[in-house]
Ligand binder design. Structure first.
Ligand SMILES: Cc1cc2nc3c(=O)[nH]c(=O)nc-3n(C[C@H](O)[C@H](O)[C@H](O)COP(=O)(O)OP(=O)(O)OC[C@H]3O[C@@H](n4cnc5c(N)ncnc54)[C@H](O)[C@@H]3O)c2cc1C
Length: 580
């Protein structure tokens, strides 16, 4: 990409693009934010390090969207809100949770007007039950097509707005802040290796989650937690970083090509299915829930139960549990999942004959960037949206809440950012990115004798995060992990970066690793400090919840070091604050 169209300053030594609102990341949250900002009159630059609208989690989601439409049975915003708080184990930012539940129906109806075909029956949007929801609330697009369908709708809508400029293959590596205000960003062109400065009056971080930090994950290649690192370096705060959701029944075996590793969830919504240990025994009841043939156990409990069975030697060959649909007639399987059954057969999986192996994998992050109810961080003009935001789901997320969150928070961030720039003068000192560029350019000129590549360290980090900062944690495992992460940060400048300009993957991996290490450090630091077990954060050395920890943990950088503060969760005090 070489930015030669309007806004590119040819006199400048470095390509520069100008816009009112810069959006970093073009998944569900970023695209919704772009649409909302454009309809509020702002010019928008929507960037993605992958392909716009195809790079992150949104397009991968095949399952459901939780929203109180009350199409199948009575439901209300209050009820969805209460279920969200119950799942969040006392740590939800209630203003954000309320916003998610209250605005969800508006966004889902809007998506339908824009062309998303939610599955319908007898004139009603079909809604399914899912764990933790007290009513049938989860809508979807058949068959296992929710993410691709909503992404296509948003891509179309974005392309209709002439004031939204889209650029793919541009990775934002730093947010630029002057006098306490975000004024743009520095990006790396992944094709030709050039740095590009972007001058904006407001910036929205919608760069998604961090599950690629873990060796076992359901993530796309672009989910290395860069949004959190960018926010932290810019001076914003992070919150609840210890709460990584491990999806209990990610696909482990047999090999599955071209299908979502967490696709078994909708099978369980619709058909149940038995969860069995390596000895073909049902076992969830041993861990305080009942799941027999149905799908009731919450995600954190199911993940715990499976890993405990594995630990006690009752796991399956690939270290998980069996999911068994053999008792369900083929006609019923086909009625529920038609073409998907054939895709499974093409993968050599016949559900009427063989159970599949499933196990926990990193899937979603409840923590993230700390924002107010307008999605603004503590840095003026710096907003966040989608999975990058922390707080709405507390210590554990209900299934289906993440896509709703992406749409609702995206819309809110876009609207607020666009309003905030009205009448605002540009503020772009010329030297603003120069120092950073010099620093980064030196990287490419170092003839390192080091042979270790950034990708090798990424792999080491992912393995260590899974082993030491994974679903079950102890102080003994967390402390050395934190030390090694800090050591890796010292090693960063010496890593080998090839000297080619075009398609330099080492350079791309280097910048990604730099952000991954910052975010991993934030997760490990928070996990070590929370000496209790709550929701998705399980400490084997502190196995019970402890109400002295009924607080959120906020992190910020002070003199380049992480500083922690414990804060009371934001509560909804009265009706007025619900709309604040
Ligand atoms: C396999 C899978 C299935 C899921 N299923 C469901 C489901 O059924 N229901 C549900 O509610 N939730 C589901 N989730 C979670 C949900 O999909 C996500 O939380 C949500 O889509 C996040 O949207 P987002 O826009 O915040 O992030 P994303 O959709 O991940 O988009 C972030 C974008 O930012 C880009 N990016 C990252 N870093 C940079 C950078 N430095 N510069 C520029 N661009 C950058 C990425 O390329 C990406 O395109 C699922 C997640 C996965 C992984």
């Amino acid at each position: 990409m070489t930015p030669t169209s309007t806004g590119h300053d040819h006199e400048s030594p470095m390509p520069r693009i100008t816009t009112d609102v810069l959006i970093v990341g073009a998944g569900g949250a970023g695209m919704y934010a772009a649409i909302a900002a454009a309809r509020e009159g702002a010019t928008v630059l929507l960037l993605d390090k992958g392909q716009v609208g195809r790079g992150g989690a949104t397009i991968m989601a095949q399952m459901t969207v939780a929203v109180a439409l009350a199409e199948q049975e009575p439901d209300s915003v209050e009820r969805h809100f209460q279920d969200t708080l119950d799942a969040g184990r006392g740590l939800c930012n209630e203003q954000l949770s309320w916003l998610l539940c209250e605005d969800g129906p508006r966004r889902i109806r809007e998506m339908e007007r824009w062309g998303t075909r939610w599955a319908r029956e007898d004139g009603h949007v079909k809604q399914e039950m899912a764990p933790g929801h007290s009513v049938k609330r989860c809508c979807y697009v058949d068959f296992l097509n929710t993410g691709p369908a909503v992404a296509a709708t948003l891509r179309r809508k974005v392309s209709e707005a002439s004031t939204i400029r889209r650029i793919s293959n541009l990775s934002v590596i730093e947010i630029l802040v002057r006098d306490g205000r975000a004024i743009g960003a520095l990006a790396l062109d992944l094709v030709d290796g050039q740095f590009i400065s972007i001058h904006a009056k407001a910036v929205i971080l919608a760069a998604g989650g961090l599950t690629k930090l873990y060796q076992r994950n359901s993530a796309s290649a672009n989910m290395g937690g860069e949004a959190c690192a960018l926010a932290l370096w810019a001076g914003a705060e992070l919150i609840d970083m210890e709460f990584v959701q491990f999806f209990p029944i990610g696909h482990l075996a047999p090999r599955l090509v071209g299908m979502d590793p967490i696709m078994w969830d909708p099978f369980r919504y619709k058909l149940g299915g038995k969860l069995l240990n390596g000895r073909f025994e049902e076992f969830i009841d041993r861990y305080g829930s009942s799941d027999f043939g149905r799908y009731n156990a919450m995600r954190d409990l199911a993940a715990y139960a499976i890993l405990k069975e594995v630990e006690t030697g009752r796991g399956t060959p690939h270290g998980g549990a069996y999911l068994d649909f053999r008792h369900i007639p083929e006609s019923q399987l086909r009625a529920a999942f038609g073409p998907v059954i054939d895709r499974l057969l093409a993968n050599g999986i016949d559900l009427t004959k063989t159970p599949v192996e499933v196990g926990p994998m990193a899937h979603y992050h409840m923590g993230g960037i700390r924002v107010d109810v307008n999605m603004q961080t503590r840095i003026e003009g710096l907003y966040a949206a989608g999975e990058a935001v922390g707080g709405a789901n507390g210590a554990n997320r209900l299934s289906g809440n993440a896509i709703t969150e992406a749409f609702v928070f995206g819309e809110r961030a876009g609207l607020q950012a666009a309003e905030s720039v009205k009448g605002l003068e540009s503020n772009w000192p010329d030297d603003v990115a120069r120092e950073l560029i010099q620093q980064f350019d030196e990287l490419r000129n170092v003839r390192s004798i080091e042979t270790t590549t950034p990708i090798a360290i990424q792999a080491e980090l992912q393995n260590m995060m899974w082993e030491n900062v994974g679903p079950f944690r102890t102080g003994e495992k967390l402390s050395p992990a934190l030390e090694r992460i800090q050591q890796m940060q010292q090693e960063l400048p010496g890593l080998r970066i090839g000297r080619v300009d075009r398609f330099n993957l080492d350079l791309q991996d280097w910048f990604e690793l730099r952000a991954m290490l910052t975010t991993a450090e934030a997760v490990a630091t928070s996990a070590l400090a929370r000496r209790e077990s709550r929701g998705a954060h399980q400490r084997e050395d502190f196995p019970a919840p402890d109400d002295s920890f009924l607080k959120n943990q906020a992190l910020r950088l002070e003199n380049d070091k992480l500083a922690t503060s414990w804060i009371d969760p934001v509560r909804l005090k009265d009706n007025a604050s619900r709309h604040g």
